[in-house]
Design a protein around this ligand. Structure first.
Ligand code: PLP
Length: 352
């Protein structure tokens, strides 16, 4: 067994990061707890209520309901499930931009809903005309992305909300990655800006909690009731989560990270990450690459595959978009020194 934990000094592709020290410590303390069984583990269950209250504050929701999920995938699946349960259609559909995360494909597959994927505009945001044309009476949910996986873009959430309302569908916002940086921007992305019904917002990404700590928020607890099943052998009477046993470590670390960092720690981290993304975009542009302007701390650039492969061979953990651009996520563990060293390697490759 390899005993060394993951080193982050060359990781430029991940949407997760090194947990904050207080999050790591809390995770260790709560390793053997299960918030899925609140009758047996009341302390971690109370912590989960705190986690949801804090996530609600971050996402502009006064009386939040929800739970700490395994990650964005589970939150997205559950949001589609809520929409399907609410919908009055024999074959419901879900409308989403092509920029939405692949977890919605899993959701559609599992839940038997049709996925209507619409194009994005020239700014990589959901094309509103295409969304309008795609919805109909059988639409159960419209999906908006607030911080897209490939380009960090934010869809026009209020407008998507209007479209969703026009066909009595839910609006789900996937802020799994963006949710902990968007409060410090001018974007209209949250429950207070638009008629958002459900949201994915993950402490284990920009929130600096330990994995697994995803977040599902719902505007109204009645939406969570759509998911509830009876739990005969537990002291609690029903369960709305997808998995039964869940990670108390994830819950405790989420609370610890948010208590420590919300809001000023997250704000200064956002500024650092944004400045790093701008610095990198500039450095790549100066070297003649086409760069997708970073609006959140994520940089995509048209770097040839051969250069990409050579950088990977040097140990850089980097990834590519569906259209084959290099993609670098400026997570909290990504420092200016790391980026300078990365660009130095790029320069040495170009000389040869
Ligand atoms: N949504 C977005 C926008 C993401 O970027 C990701 C993962 O990167 C997910 C959902 C899925 O999250 P997870 O991998 O935690 O299930």
């Amino acid at each position: 067994m390899q005993t060394e934990p993951q080193a982050f000094d060359r990781v430029l592709s991940s949407m997760c990061t090194e947990p904050h020290p207080v999050a790591r410590e809390a995770a260790e303390r709560f390793l053997a707890t299960n918030p899925g069984d609140p009758g047996t583990y009341p302390t971690v269950s109370a912590l989960e209520d705190e986690a949801i209250a804090m996530l609600g504050e971050i996402a502009g929701l006064e009386e939040p309901s929800g739970y700490i999920a395994g990650g964005g995938t589970e939150a997205n699946i559950q949001a589609v499930r809520i929409a399907r349960e609410r919908a009055d259609a024999t074959r419901p559909n879900v409308v989403m931009p092509e920029s939405a995360h692949f977890s919605f494909r899993k959701a559609a597959d599992l839940l038997g809903v049709d996925l209507r994927v619409v194009p994005t505009d020239d700014r990589y945001r959901a094309d509103l005309g295409a969304v309008r044309a795609a919805v109909d009476d059988d639409t159960a949910a419209v999906i908006g992305v607030a911080g897209s996986t490939e380009y960090g873009r934010v869809d026009p959430i209020p407008e998507l909300g209007e479209i969703a309302r026009s066909v009595d569908a839910t609006l789900h916002v996937d802020a799994a990655w963006g949710g902990f940086v968007l409060p410090f921007t001018d974007y209209e992305w949250n429950f207070s800006h638009a008629p958002v019904d459900t949201m994915a917002i993950d402490p284990h990404k920009m929130g600096q909690a330990a994995v697994p700590a995803g977040g599902l928020l719902v505007r109204d607890s009645a939406l969570l009731d759509e998911l509830a099943v009876d739990t005969p052998y537990l002291e609690s009477t029903s369960q709305a989560t997808l998995t039964g046993t869940r990670s108390g470590a994830g819950v405790a670390s989420a609370v610890a990270a948010m208590e420590e960092l919300w809001p000023s720690g997250y704000r200064s981290q956002y500024v650092r990450s944004r400045n790093n993304a701008e610095w990198l975009a500039d450095a790549l542009e100066k070297r003649g690459y086409d760069v997708v302007d970073p609006t959140l701390p994520l940089v995509a650039a048209d770097v040839p595959r051969s250069t990409f492969d050579a950088l990977r061979a040097k140990g850089w953990r980097i990834s590519r978009t569906a259209t084959d651009e290099l993609r670098i996520v400026c997570m909290p563990h990504v420092t200016r020194e790391m980026l300078a060293s990365f660009v130095g390697d790029l320069d040495r490759l170009e000389v040869r």
